[in-house]
Design a protein around this ligand. Sequence first.
Ligand SMILES: *Cc1c(COP(=O)(O)O)cnc(C)c1O
Length: 388
Amino acid sequence: MTEPQIIFGKPWFGSEEETLVLRTLQSGWIGQGPLVGEFERRLAEYVGAPHVVAVSSCTAALHLALVAAGVGPEDEVITTPFTFVATLNAIEHTGATAVLVDPERADLNLTPGAVESAITERTRAVVPVHFGGAPLDVDGFAELAERHGIWIVEDAAHAIGGIAGGRPVGSCAHERSVVCFSFYPNKNLASAEGGALCTVDEAFAERVRELRLHGLEGDAWERYRTDVYRPSLARVPGYKYNWTDLQAAIALPQLDRLEGFLASREYLASEYDRRLRDVEHVSLLERPELTLARRHALHLYQVSVDAPPPARDAILGRLREQGIGAAVHYIALTRHPYYVERFSSSSFPVSEWASDSLLTLPLHVHMHTGDIERVAVSLESAVDQVLG
Ligand SMILES: *Cc1c(COP(=O)(O)O)cnc(C)c1O
């Protein structure tokens, strides 16, 4: 008998999500409306952000943040080649020139120091990623924003619930720091797609609200609930990036569960650490100790395979055969066909090493200690078959 598959990421929903989704369907209003507003207020409270704007995805949030910051074809935007392709695509869609900086090997995050050496007079923004949930040096980036008059758009798709610089990720370290979250189904807080942008600047938040729905003033819910007719006029050619109450109905109860989810992820990750510490040819990634100032959000649990290609892929294949949903996060963006030519004259040794060596193990809140043991045993046997 084959054992059930342990998939890489699986959302956890309960009766609260079911009830609220059903109630929203029965209300007759499933588009952008009161639940989106309620989620924005609740998330703002949770992360300590003055303003939160919910949108259709983190990709949309990143794109809107850059557009609202005035990024355009004359500008340069710095990011990392070791991230999900959405980060770079969002920059590409503004017409700006993306400049890539290799991250640190220890936590795969960009550092303000490395980024600073790539700043030119055309640089308008930096998009650093809290990689895997590892907290960025947000204070260092805030200083950089101040010194160079640039924007910091944090890609926090992996980092909801994390703490960086002594503050929750999302609290915005600077007036030109904007933080973007994802509620994609396998992220720490799940919906059927969704994203949000956090800012301290009310005018910026208003600009994003206008841009997320065709550039129209106000939204359909506001028009629906007043008796006074007011024409809805576009002042800018906005986007169709709004979120919906049906998706917020899934996400609102998830917000109540988030601290519990994080505690489970921390427990499972520490079990992996304990179990995998001595596996040959496998190294654990460093994680900062949990303190009041820093908390890893543990979206990804990764190990490195200490052997040249194709060892990692061969091990991944064996794990899949055993029903273990291991995965690769990510293939460096410099290797994607669309971007390969553009960045071919530079080298990014850390990103290339990480693309070849890192293996993401399943981590989600349905897992228990027995699953960790099963993944560990499968990994040991896969490593043994490939490198033994
Ligand atoms: C998932 C992800 C995104 C995109 O999030 P969506 O909500 O799916 O648009 C962006 N950046 C990173 C690092 C991600 O992992």
